[in-house]
Design a protein around this ligand. Sequence first.
Ligand SMILES: C[S@@+](CC[C@H](N)C(=O)[O-])C[C@H]1O[C@@H](n2cnc3c(N)ncnc32)[C@H](O)[C@@H]1O
Length: 215
Amino acid sequence: MNKRILSIANFIDINDKLIDVGCDHGYLGIYLIQNNLVSDILLTDISQSALNVAINNINKSHLNIKTLVTDGLNNIDLNKYNTISISGMGTTSIIKILNKLKNNNTINKLVIQSNNDLKLLREEIIKLGYYLDDEITLKENDIFYVICKFIKGNKKLSNDEIKFGLLKKDKIPYYNYLISQNNKILSLLPKDNIKDKQKLESEIIILNKLLEESR
Ligand SMILES: C[S@@+](CC[C@H](N)C(=O)[O-])C[C@H]1O[C@@H](n2cnc3c(N)ncnc32)[C@H](O)[C@@H]1O
């Protein structure tokens, strides 16, 4: 099992009744059921062919796991579940799916790994009435992943936390990576692009501060 899926599984508890939206291969669900780590689970995907791969993997593992072809949270009785995981999609798709949670009272945990724009992800999920409880940051195949756990409720984040997430020791390589990315872009910016230059430089100052504080 890859590190990214294991880290997502790390945020799932035995009492969770989980919907894994966009399960594709189904590895997360298979791992959770094989190891008795979840109370109930539904694996969904918008694509029948993706779900067929999951069904094939479930059968090969001699397991019994519910699956459903559907777009996001459509056609699912949310009252039967308390947790949602979405991983490997972009923030816009994730938010579009989660917007269905407006007026929902049963889903109290979201485990999300977005492929892009984590600032927007945090902002939008907070607007839906969840707070950022924890994050795991990892590097796999030269790509950094941040797995976010949101819990129903209110807790304010600082501007730095909205932008770069919770201050954690496992983020040190990630902060260093972001600094090097900003430096790379800075070196390619035209001299007269003062606005972007200032933005990138002020981000580097914040990231260096976070590095200091996380050590
Ligand atoms: C890159 S895969 C990620 C698979 C797995 N969650 C992971 O993290 O390895 C994204 C999956 O999301 C599915 N997907 C995309 N949009 C979706 C939607 N609106 N509802 C359900 N599934 C969706 C795709 O068909 C695809 O199988």
